[in-house]
Design a protein around this ligand. Structure first.
Ligand code: GTP
Ligand code: MG
Length: 278
């Protein structure tokens, strides 16, 4: 586990990466080639991997949302380990950046999960770069040094960027009446920078989101929940996964609103070794 500021300073003291350029691609063949570079990484549960079409994929944003204790952070910790495993074991053979906005990162969990998969716990933890941020400004500003790190060929390859959580700081800091449109505008800027680095560096971006009761919907099991963040988040996320509680350590994941995948469900378990099949 290394703090981002140290990592960037150690490698290139004044490396800044310009995120402002754009590409124009109108050749379908080029897009097809880019799709072929996509890497799928296991979640630790083959049932969950299946409904995701083979696991968490690079080049796009995967959103995890659900109520408290549904396993969002545990899945994020599991991905910190599985993304480092070999391709042969459905890993990504890469390093991890964990953008922690709530102080929920637990190194001891990474070590436990690494042991389950037969990886060296210390080495595994060493390949996770932690960025702890305390305000939405810091969260937005840290994307540039992250991009610098991703662009640094001496450091990589990185395979996943996890943000736990994408919206909590924005919701706290723009809680006043009349601040919603400014919040959404800032969040939109942040997400478009994340979409860009996902594509440019062929990494998976996993964002953890909060949820709320949908006032327009009720089911026989009580209120229906939906992700917060509105259209801005819906637009940026390629795959949206809703997590729900099941019996004891069991959890249910459901594909929500996917253009590609059917709205299937999978049951998984939270174990000492991270996310696993039941
Ligand atoms: P919020 O951040 O509160 O919204 O929740 P979350 O969805 O991120 O929940 P989280 O991923 O933290 O999951 C919490 C669940 O994981 C609890 O039911 C814990 O009991 C379980 N859990 C956490 N650590 C361990 C562990 O070391 N072993 C096992 N078996 N379960 C654990
Ligand atoms: Mg959490």
């Amino acid at each position: 586990m290394v703090m981002l500021s140290k990592q960037v300073k150690d490698s290139h003291p004044d490396l800044t990466y310009n995120l402002t350029h754009s590409y124009i691609t109108n050749e379908g063949i080029e897009v097809k080639e880019q799709r072929q570079q996509v890497i799928h990484m296991t979640t630790g549960s083959s049932a969950l991997d299946k409904i995701l079409g083979g696991g968490i994929e690079t080049r796009s944003i995967t959103e995890l949302f659900g109520e408290f204790r549904t396993g969002k952070t545990q899945l994020a910790h599991t991905l910190c380990v599985t993304s480092q495993m070999s391709f042969a074991n459905n890993g990504g053979q890469g390093k991890v950046i964990y953008l922690d906005t709530e102080g929920n990162f637990r190194p001891e969990r990474i070590e436990m999960i690494a042991e389950r998969f037969g990886l060296d716990p210390e080495q595994t933890l060493d390949n996770v770069i932690i960025c702890r941020v305390f305000s939405h400004e810091e969260q937005m500003d840290v994307v540039k040094p992250i991009a610098a790190l991703l662009a640094d060929t001496d450091q990589g390859p990185f395979r996943i960027l996890i943000i736990d959580s994408i919206i909590a700081l924005f919701r706290v800091e723009f809680s006043g009446r009349g601040e919603l449109s400014e919040r959404q505008q800032k969040l939109g800027q942040h997400l478009s920078a994340l979409v860009r680095i996902a594509e440019e560096f062929n990494i998976a971006v996993v964002v953890i989101n909060q949820c709320m009761a949908d006032p327009g919907a009720m089911s026989m099991f009580g209120p229906v929940i939906k992700p917060v963040g509105g259209h801005v988040l819906a637009h940026a996320s390629t795959t949206r996964v809703m997590l729900k509680k099941g019996k004891a350590e069991q959890r249910i994941a459901k594909i929500f609103d996917s253009p590609l995948m059917p709205e299937e469900e999978a049951t998984f378990a939270i174990t000492n070794g991270g996310i696993a099949d039941v």
